[in-house]
Design a protein around this ligand. Structure first.
Ligand SMILES: *Cc1c(COP(=O)(O)O)cnc(C)c1O
Length: 370
């Protein structure tokens, strides 16, 4: 089968291999069959390996939904009665956790920092000292809205020092930046299949400490469909998801994990890094400015300033590139007009070089000066 290859420079879903695409074409199966439960068992244990999570302390729980379902579940399920969650907030994805708190009326602290910088550890410590009722600290690993990589190991250590658990949204870093859930002081992390694992959208998962999930049985229940303990318990009892799983996405994810382990964590990280460097090089050559100091960039997302030319139109340039097989993505910074170029997916530096030829043509075509 010949499938058109698109180079996705958006922050997920990512460009996938044809073998992952084709893995979805399987005989129809009822997901309540033992055969399917067996597939999910293997998948759950492979996900632990991606996070280097020891099986005797951590478990993975699967959900049907986009990545945001994980934020919803972790936030609504893991805050005990009478306790608070501290959200270390330096961008749009951390703000999403704050919005979940607001929606469920969960006591929370929205500790805000500049979106252009890493959060300040001293300020986090001050907030923890001032609020001994904080039971959960929350922070994104990679803030996808800007490209800033957050110092989660240090934030996790602070959380633990003050008796709180640490949840990190690793949706846009897991499987791309080497991550070790124990060394990184993370109690719960999360991701969805279509980003770092380069599978399809529809499957999300949380990896976390089994004893904390068990303890959360007695925490306030704030959702029926999105409760971490209920889904965990159902998996433990039956090996199945409580409700219908995204069957074909699960087949694709199993294939994607096979390819992930074949390539290896370090080689995959090096490839994403090389793509990221090619993005910066191409931007420099054309005269684009970026907004985040590369020293704190994840190497997965680059936020690019709009050129200061009235001829610039993100939509027109996007469409020009899109028609030629390259997808670029709008920014997520409210104070500065930006677009994003990302190094997720099964792409290589040559794809980025090809993209910059097209981008240069687009600039010429619309007489955009830099
Ligand atoms: C992509 C992403 C999510 C999930 O977004 P969905 O649109 O729900 O898939 C959550 N957190 C981060 C950091 C992300 O990059």
């Amino acid at each position: 089968m010949n499938i058109k290859r698109n180079v996705l420079l958006n922050p997920g879903p990512a460009t996938t291999t044809d073998t992952v695409k084709m893995a979805q074409v399987v005989p129809d199966i009822c997901p309540r069959e033992k055969e399917f439960a067996g597939l999910m068992k293997g998948l759950r244990s492979d996900l632990l390996k991606v996070a280097h999570a020891p099986e005797d302390q951590y478990t993975s729980v699967l959900f049907c939904g986009s990545g945001t379902i994980n934020i919803d579940i972790c936030v609504n399920s893991l805050v005990p009665e009478g306790k608070k969650i501290l959200v270390v907030n330096n961008g749009a994805y951390n703000s999403r956790a704050v919005e979940v708190c607001q929606m469920y009326h969960i006591p929370h602290i929205d500790l805000r920092f500049s979106v252009f910088e890493q959060p300040d550890l001293g300020e986090i410590e001050k907030a923890l000292i001032a609020n001994p009722d904080v039971a959960v600290v929350y922070c994104c690993h990679h803030e996808t809205g800007t490209g800033v990589l957050n110092p989660i190991r240090e934030i996790g250590a602070l959380a633990h020092q003050y008796g709180a658990i640490f949840i990190s949204d690793t949706t846009s870093s897991l499987g791309m930046i080497p991550f070790d859930i124990v060394k990184d002081n993370v109690d719960f992390c999360m991701a969805s299949a279509q980003k770092g694992l380069m599978a399809m959208s529809g499957l999300s998962f949380i990896i976390g400490k089994t004893d904390i999930i068990k303890a959360s049985k007695d925490y306030p229940t704030r959702s029926y469909y999105c409760n971490l303990y209920l889904q965990y318990e159902y998996f433990e009892k039956t090996g199945e998801m409580h409700f219908t799983p995204p069957v074909q996405t699960i087949y694709a994810t199993i294939q994607a994990l096979k390819e992930y382990f074949e390539v290896g964590e370090d080689a995959k990280f090096a490839r994403h890094r090389a793509v990221y460097e090619a993005i910066h090089k191409g931007l420099d050559e054309l005269g684009f400015e970026t907004v985040i100091d590369p020293k704190i960039e994840s190497g997965l997302v680059v936020s690019v300033k709009y050129p200061d030319d009235p001829n610039w139109s993100f939509e027109k340039v996007h469409d020009y590139c899109y028609e030629r097989g390259f997808t670029i993505y709008p920014g997520k910074i409210s104070t500065t007009n930006t677009f994003r170029l990302c190094s997720l997916g099964t792409i290589v530096p040559k794809d980025v070089e090809d993209f910059f030829v097209v981008l240069k043509d687009a600039l010429q075509h619309y007489s955009i000066q830099l």
